[in-house]
Design a protein around this ligand. Structure first.
Ligand code: PDD
Length: 281
C-alpha cells in the first residue's frame, strides 16, 4: 500500500481525492517538484524546496508550508514508502474555486505528496547511451517555473516515444535549450558546455550537481549559449534529471553522436555521480 499526503492527512493512495473544481485539474494551475531519495535520504532537498518557492512566487501562490514543515512531511512519506531509493513527487495547486480564470478571492491550496519508485537508467543505457530526437521548442516563455501545466512537454516527449527514443531535445531560435523533461549538456573538444539558465529553461538541480562535480573533477567547463550546429557536431551529449541522473545520448536524429558510444567525460561523470549521490545529503 502506498501512503500519500493530501491537505493535512496521510492516507492510502487509492483513497486520496480532490474536487473536480480544483484549479490544478481545470487549469493546470499549480507547481510541482520531483526529489530523488537515496537510502531514504532526500538528495538536494533544500535546493528543491528553494526552487519550489521560486515556482510558487512565479505563479503568485503563497507557500502553504515553511521549509521545516515541508521537510517533516517529506520525511514521513519517505519513511512510509517501501523503497530505499525513491522519488518524492509533490504538488501545490491554487485549490478549488468557481471555474473562472481569475484567482478565487479565498485560496485554499491543494497540497499533495506521494512516493514513487525510482528507476535509474539501465546498465544497458549507461553502457551504450540512448537515442534522442530534436524538436522545435514551442513552450511558453516561463519555462524556468516548474508548473503542472505540462501539456507542451507531454506532446514533445511523446514525439520521442513515437520515434522509439528516450528524449526530445528542444531547440528555440537556433539554440539548444533543454530536453522535454531533462537538462542537456554537450562536450566539444574536451570542454563541457552548458546552456545558461534563462527564463526559457528549468534551472535543473541535477544540472547544478553536474557542474559542481565537473569542477571537482577538474573538467573544463563553460556556461554559454549552444547553437544547434554545435549540438549536432558535439563529441558527447548528456541528459540530466533527478530521475535519469546522467545519461549519454549516443544517437541524435538517427546520427551517431561522436563515436556513437558514450564518451570518456560521460563515463567519468557517471562514475562520480554514482558515488556522490550516496555520500552527500
Ligand atoms: N523533470 N527540464 C525539464 C523540462 C524537466 O522537466 C526536468 C526534470 C529537468 C531537470 O531538472 P532536475 O535536475 O531538477 O530534475 C529539466 C522532472 C524529473 C519531472 O518532471 O519528472
Amino acid at each position: 500500500m502506498t501512503t500519500v499526503y493530501l491537505n493535512g492527512t496521510f492516507l492510502p493512495l487509492e483513497e486520496a481525492q480532490i474536487s473536480v473544481m480544483d484549479r490544478g485539474f481545470l487549469f493546470g494551475d499549480g507547481v510541482y517538484e520531483v526529489i530523488p531519495v537515496y537510502d531514504r535520504q532526500p538528495f538536494r532537498l533544500h535546493e528543491h524546496l528553494a526552487r519550489l518557492q521560486a515556482s510558487l512566487d512565479g505563479i503568485r501562490l503563497t507557500n502553504p508550508h515553511g521549509a521545516d514543515a515541508w521537510e517533516s512531511l517529506i520525511m514521513q512519506i519517505v519513511a512510509s514508502a517501501e523503497w530505499q531509493d525513491q522519488g518524492v513527487y509533490l504538488q501545490v495547486t491554487r485549490g478549488p474555486g468557481p471555474r473562472d480564470h481569475a484567482f478565487p478571492k479565498i485560496i485554499q491550496p491543494t497540497v499533495f505528496i506521494m512516493p514513487m519508485p525510482l528507476s535509474p537508467p539501465s546498465a544497458e543505457s549507461v553502457e551504450h547511451g540512448v537515442s534522442a530526437i530534436t524538436a522545435t521548442d514551442n513552450r511558453w516563455l516561463r519555462c524556468d517555473l516548474k508548473v503542472t501545466s505540462l501539456l507542451p512537454n507531454v506532446l514533445l516527449r511523446q514525439l520521442s516515444v513515437d520515434a522509439d527514443c528516450a528524449e526530445t531535445v528542444l531547440i528555440r531560435d537556433g539554440q539548444l535549450i533543454e530536453g522535454s523533461a531533462s537538462s542537456v549538456f554537450i562536450v566539444q573538444r574536451g570542454v563541457l558546455l552548458a546552456p545558461p539558465k534563462t527564463n526559457l529553461m528549468l534551472p535543473g538541480i541535477t544540472y547544478d550537481v553536474v557542474l559542481e562535480l565537473a569542477a571537482a573533477e577538474g573538467m573544463d567547463c563553460v556556461i554559454r549559449p549552444i547553437s544547434e550546429a554545435e549540438l549536432r557536431s558535439a563529441d558527447e551529449i548528456w541528459l540530466t534529471s533527478s530521475t535519469k541522473e546522467v545519461m549519454a545520448v549516443s544517437r541524435l536524429d538517427g546520427q551517431p553522436v561522436g563515436s556513437g558510444q558514450p564518451g570518456p567525460l560521460f563515463r567519468r561523470m557517471h562514475a562520480h555521480y554514482q558515488t556522490f549521490k550516496h555520500t552527500v545529503m
